[in-house]
Design a protein around this ligand. Structure first.
Ligand code: ADP
Ligand code: MG
Length: 257
C-alpha cells in the first residue's frame, strides 16, 4: 500500500434501502478521502447518515452504488466472505455500548479478537497479545475481571484493546463516548487520538462537539451528504442546517470536497 494514496477513498458512495420515491437514503453520493494516520471526526444531527457512512467504511455494510477503496481494496464489490476476511485484517471497530462478551474476562474478550482474525495464532501468543493491548489502554491490572466488574470507561478501554490487538490500519468508532461520563469520554478520546501516532487512521463518529473539534478534520453530515469539512479546533456548534447559516455565524467552513 502506497502511503501517498489516501487510506479511504469514497466516490459517489450511496447507501439506500428500498426503491423509487419511497427509498430511504442513508448516504447520498458522498465523495471522501481520509489519509493515513489521520483522525477524522464525523459529526451531524441524528439521522444524518453518520453510522451508515461509518459502517460502509468499516466494511460492516455494503454500498448500493459508488466506489469505496480502503487500504487498497475495492471493498464495495467484495463478497460477504471476502469482506469479512478483509475486515478482520484491516479494521478495528468500537461501538457506543462496548459489545463485550459478559461471560469472558477482559483478557479473554481481547484474545478472542485475535482468534477471529487469525486462526493459526496459538493460545500463548493470543494471551501475550491480549495482555499487551490491555497494557496499552492502561488496564493490565484488571485483565482478569469480567465486564460487569469494570466501569463504563474501563469497558470501553477493553473494547479499544480488542480493536487494536490485531494491529489494524483503520479504527472506526461510532459514538464511543456516548455512554460515558465526560472524564471517561475524554480518556477514550485521548486513547483513540493517540493511535494516529503509529500511523493508524481513526474515524470518530461523535455527537460531542468538543471532542470532534480535537480531530485533525471534522466532516459534517446532513441528510446523507457531506455538508462541510473543517480543520481542527473549529467549534461546529453553530453549524446547524446549512453552509449559509454557518457562514452567517462566522464559522469558516471549507467547501465540501
Ligand atoms: P446517524 O448515525 O447520523 O444518526 P444513520 O446513519 O443511523 O444516522 O441513519 C441515516 C438514515 O438512514 C436515517 O434516515 C435512517 O432512518 C436510515 N437508515 C439507517 N439504517 C436503515 C435501515 N437498515 N433501513 C432503512 N433505513 C435506514
Ligand atoms: Mg448513529
Amino acid at each position: 500500500m502506497e502511503l501517498h494514496v489516501p487510506l479511504v477513498q469514497a466516490h459517489d458512495l450511496t447507501r439506500k434501502w428500498g426503491k423509487g420515491p419511497h427509498a430511504q437514503l442513508g448516504v447520498d453520493r458522498v465523495d471522501l478521502n481520509i489519509g493515513h494516520g489521520e483522525l477524522a471526526s464525523i459529526v451531524g444531527p441524528s439521522g444524518s447518515g453518520k453510522s451508515t457512512l461509518g459502517a460502509l467504511i468499516a466494511g460492516i455494510d455494503t454500498p448500493s452504488s459508488g466506489s469505496l477503496v480502503v487500504d487498497g481494496a475495492r471493498i464495495d464489490s467484495l463478497s460477504n466472505d471476502r469482506l469479512a476476511q478483509w475486515r478482520g485484517r484491516t479494521v478495528g471497530i468500537v461501538f457506543q455500548d462496548f459489545h463485550l462478551i459478559p461471560t469472558l474476562t477482559a483478557a479473554e474478550n481481547v484474545a478472542l479478537a485475535v482468534q477471529f482474525a487469525d486462526r493459526t495464532v496459538r493460545r500463548a501468543e493470543r494471551s501475550d497479545r491480549s495482555n499487551e493491548a490491555l497494557d496499552a489502554v492502561g488496564l493490565a491490572d484488571k485483565s482478569r475481571r469480567l465486564p460487569a466488574q469494570l466501569s463504563g470507561g474501563e469497558q470501553q478501554r477493553v473494547a479499544i484493546a480488542r480493536a487494536i490487538v490485531t494491529r489494524p490500519r483503520l479504527i472506526v468508532a461510532d459514538e464511543p463516548t456516548g455512554s460515558l461520563d465526560q472524564a471517561s469520554g475524554h480518556e477514550v478520546f485521548e486513547l483513540l487520538a493517540g493511535l494516529t501516532g503509529t500511523g493508524t487512521t481513526v474515524v470518530l463518529i461523535t455527537h460531542d462537539r468538543e471532542l470532534a473539534a480535537g480531530a485533525d478534520r471534522q466532516i459534517a453530515m446532513l441528510d446523507g451528504r457531506i455538508a462541510a469539512h473543517t480543520a481542527a479546533g473549529v467549534d461546529m456548534s453553530s453549524f446547524a442546517v446549512s453552509d449559509e447559516s454557518a457562514a452567517a455565524s462566522g464559522v469558516d467552513l471549507e467547501p465540501a470536497r
